[in-house]
Design a protein around this ligand. Structure first.
Ligand SMILES: NC(=O)c1ccc[n+]([C@@H]2O[C@H](COP(=O)([O-])OP(=O)(O)OC[C@H]3O[C@@H](n4cnc5c(N)ncnc54)[C@H](OP(=O)(O)O)[C@@H]3O)[C@@H](O)[C@H]2O)c1
Length: 271
């Protein structure tokens, strides 16, 4: 067994993208802490990885939408010095339009996709900064910049993940802590059943196999990328979009309203 790279804590590791991250990171030499609600599925993933790699794999069944469970994972991140990598992957989506979506389901989605990811980052970051090293991988989505494609609340949660990661990336520069945000497009996982549209209803040419998505994201991580969009072939398009966004950020706030918002002059009708 090779030297350990430390421990990777992966949320949503019982299936799909998270389970593949678990496999790949163990092969790279990480020990693992796997978090999700389904204890049986976590155990299955853990057993297979242990057999394949001989690495240490711990499972922590937890519902990240439950405040008490979430606090326990926050405590792990804050207090276990072996943890060097956090993969904030657990998330749910929806394909329902606003008029057909239940507002409580939307709130639960915000709690998991936004609050839990934010709180886990808040737990990990100070510990990583104190040690001068550590990595946070946040799984967003292409809907972060294309919220019209699916349910708007889901798009909003992933726009939060991108914006929060952009801010973290800037704030943590020079601390030795690396942030990567991954924007998967449609990926073949159980996500789509939970979201309300089976994945085989999507055009095959827009759906990426989950193992290829994770392998690509890990290549991006290895290269020190901040934003990784495995399905985007023409990277220059993102670079141009990002350059525009950053240029805009310097001219959005001024002391006077733009001339287009001046009230139209009132003309008096001469009799
Ligand atoms: N598949 C796509 O097309 C796609 C595209 C862009 C982004 N993403 C993002 O990728 C991430 C992973 O999704 P996936 O595609 O791999 O789907 P998935 O197979 O459904 O995996 C979701 C994972 O999150 C866990 N989870 C759900 N609710 C949870 C909760 N309350 N507490 C703890 N864990 C919870 C699930 O495990 P349990 O049910 O056992 O808790 C599962 O392990 C999500 O953030 C998703 O938004 C997916």
């Amino acid at each position: 067994m090779s030297e350990t790279k430390g421990t990777a804590l992966i949320t949503g590791a019982s299936s799909g993208i998270g389970a593949i991250y678990a496999d790949r990171l163990a092969r790279q030499g990480y020990d693992l802490i796997l978090v999700a609600r389904s204890a049986d599925k976590l155990d299955k993933v853990a057993t297979e990885i242990k057999q394949r790699t001989g690495r240490k794999v711990e499972t922590v069944p937890a519902d990240l939408a439950n405040a008490g469970h979430l606090l326990a994972i926050e405590a792990l991140l804050a207090n276990d010095p072996s943890i060097t990598l956090l993969v904030n992957n657990a998330g749910v989506g929806s394909t329902a339009p606003l008029l057909e979506a239940d507002v409580n389901t939307m709130s639960a989605m915000i709690w998991l996709n936004v609050d839990a990811l934010m709180r886990l980052s808040y737990a990990a970051v100070p510990a990583f900064v104190a040690r001068g090293r550590g990595t946070i991988v946040n799984i967003a989505s292409v809907v972060a910049v294309a919220p019209e494609l699916l349910n708007g609340v889901y798009g909003g949660t992933k726009a939060f993940v991108l914006a929060f990661s952009q801010s973290l990336h800037r704030e943590l520069a020079g601390t030795g802590v690396h942030v990567q945000v991954v924007l998967p497009g449609a990926t073949a996982t159980d996500f789509w059943d939970v979201a309300g549209t089976p994945v085989d209803h999507l055009p095959a040419e827009i759906v990426m196999p989950a193992d290829e998505l994770v392998d690509a994201a890990l290549v991006g991580l290895e290269r020190g990328e901040f934003v990784t969009i495995p399905g985007l072939h023409d990277l220059a398009r993102w670079d141009a979009f990002e350059a525009d966004r950053q240029a805009l950020s310097g001219i959005l706030s001024t002391s006077t309203p733009a001339t287009r918002y001046r009230a139209a002059p009132q003309f008096e009708i001469q009799s």
